[in-house]
Design a protein. Structure first.
Length: 465
């Protein structure tokens, strides 16, 4: 019989709470009562709704017990503050898995995909633990830690931010032996009066929790490399660089994209490598090298790391592709709708331009958010990568994307709407067999709804919905 993730006694010890009701063991942890699996611990967090109000429902769905801030019917550990208790539970999980090698990833773009690619390598190498989805904030990081089994050998955590002083407490919870900053760009800049410089300082906070003698994996092609490597060394880190720059520990020498995969050529740790990946985005040349250096820093051998990269598929909403049938043929949908900023949109457009298309290259773009006072300029400046990529048609939605729309020549204008929903019928009328259609935008600007509409374009009768 498998060991429980936590016993009620261990939860009481870790959190300083008190047990109410019968003792219990749990095999998992959930913070949403709708996500409860049998045997879980339900953590009743305070938010727009009081989590204590959902304890009864969680227990009915099979939760073995709850972490609450007031006594409720059934088995629970009562604490003063459930979020602080979750943090303590996470720290206790780290301490009991004392021999586990831990890594952490942050960056303006690519951190979720890089984290999950590292996770794939760790899972091949032994008992591994990792963030799920984008659990990278003040709730997601301690939750991920608290879910870490005692026998974990290696773990990887994603750490995000949109303000200064957010990463420091999270990296100090994780205490990683290796960290990576994928890159720094104009993301969340509205929170920083000095723009990217503020973002770079905030990303450098990840070194605050790095264990003595740890490794910092940094992007040698970033204009912030010198600053970040200096901050890493101040923290006592060994810097390992990736990218195409001369002198990088993992130096990209070539990237050849095919229809659904690519081949990366690089020199890593002095060894010439040529390996396949199931990604087509040009940024994955460098990102795959970031993954390799992190896996090596977490004691995964190169053969295992390369096998994991070769099988790692694009994540949903982050470049996943599908063929959508139409009468007379099919078009290719590239769903990159999870989020957007100038760096990631530029990379996606470059990848679109490199695609071989029987029909047209079409970009469907919604607003990029949290870019501050320069937001109109950032949107208008997307014209340059659109032209460089040879994009045939652009469909744009949102008041900020109106700046791009106004800059587009008439020949590239596919359609515009103030909201994503208004753009949907225009795209559906326009798409044809052989087209390659990229959908990209910030999560809150509803790009995903457009990707879903295109994915479901054909009904059971084979006619346009």
């Amino acid at each position: 019989m498998a060991e429980p993730l936590w016993t009620s006694e261990a939860i009481v010890t870790a959190t300083g709470g008190r047990l109410s009701g019968p003792r219990f063991d749990v095999g998992g942890i959930a913070i949403d009562s709708r996500d409860i699996a049998a045997g879980d611990l339900f953590v009743a967090l305070a938010g727009e709704r009081d989590g204590n109000d959902f304890v009864a429902g969680a227990l009915e769905r099979g939760a073995a017990g709850a972490l609450t801030s007031r006594v409720t019917p059934g088995s629970c550990v009562v604490v003063e503050d459930t979020l602080k208790a979750l943090e303590k539970l996470g720290e206790a999980a780290r301490l009991r898995a004392a021999s586990a090698r831990r890594g952490a990833v942050t960056g303006s773009v690519g951190k979720t995909s890089v984290t999950q690619a590292i996770r794939a390598g760790l899972a091949r190498a032994g008992r591994a633990h990792a963030s799920v989805k984008s659990f990278n904030n003040h709730i997601g990081v301690p939750l991920t830690l608290a879910r870490m089994p005692a026998d974990t050998e290696r773990a990887i955590f994603e750490i995000g931010m949109n303000h200064a002083d957010e990463i420091t407490p999270l990296t100090r919870m994780v205490r990683p032996q290796a960290v990576a900053i994928t890159t720094v760009g104009a993301v969340h800049v509205e929170a920083f009066p000095d723009g990217e410089a503020g973002v770079a300082r905030a990303k450098a906070e990840i070194f605050d929790g790095l264990e003595p003698g740890g490794v910092a994996v940094l992007n040698a092609d970033s204009r912030w490399f010198d600053y970040l490597s200096g901050e890493a060394r101040k923290a006592g880190a060994t810097v390992r660089a990736f990218g195409s720059a001369a002198g990088a520990d993992a130096r990209l020498t070539a990237f050849e994209a095919g229809e659904h995969s690519a081949r990366v050529e690089a020199v890593v740790e002095g060894q010439a490598l040529s390996f396949p990946i199931l990604q087509t985005g040009s940024h994955w040349g460098a990102m795959s090298l970031c993954v390799l250096l992190m896996l090596r820093a977490l004691d995964v051998d190169m053969k295992t790391a390369l096998q994991a990269l070769a099988e790692f598929e694009p994540l949903e909403g982050r470049g996943a592709e599908r063929q959508v049938p139409l009468p007379g043929g099919a078009f290719t949908l590239v769903d990159d709708s999870y989020n957007a900023n100038p760096l990631s949109v530029g990379a996606a457009l470059k990848t679109l331009g490199a695609r071989q298309a029987l029909g047209r290259r079409i970009a469907v773009l919604t607003d990029m958010l949290e870019l501050g006072d320069n937001s109109p300029r950032y949107h208008a400046e997307l014209l340059a990568p659109i032209e460089a990529a040879g994009v045939d048609l652009v469909f744009a939605a949102g008041p900020l994307m109106k700046n791009l729309w106004n800059a587009l020549p008439p020949t590239r204008r596919g359609g515009y709407a103030e909201e994503a929903a208004g753009l949907e019928p225009q795209i559906i009328r326009a798409v044809e067999p052989g087209d390659v259609v990229l959908v990209k935008g910030s999560k809150s600007s509803n790009a995903k709804a457009l990707a879903e509409a295109l994915a479901g374009l054909v009904d059971a009768a084979g006619e346009r919905a």
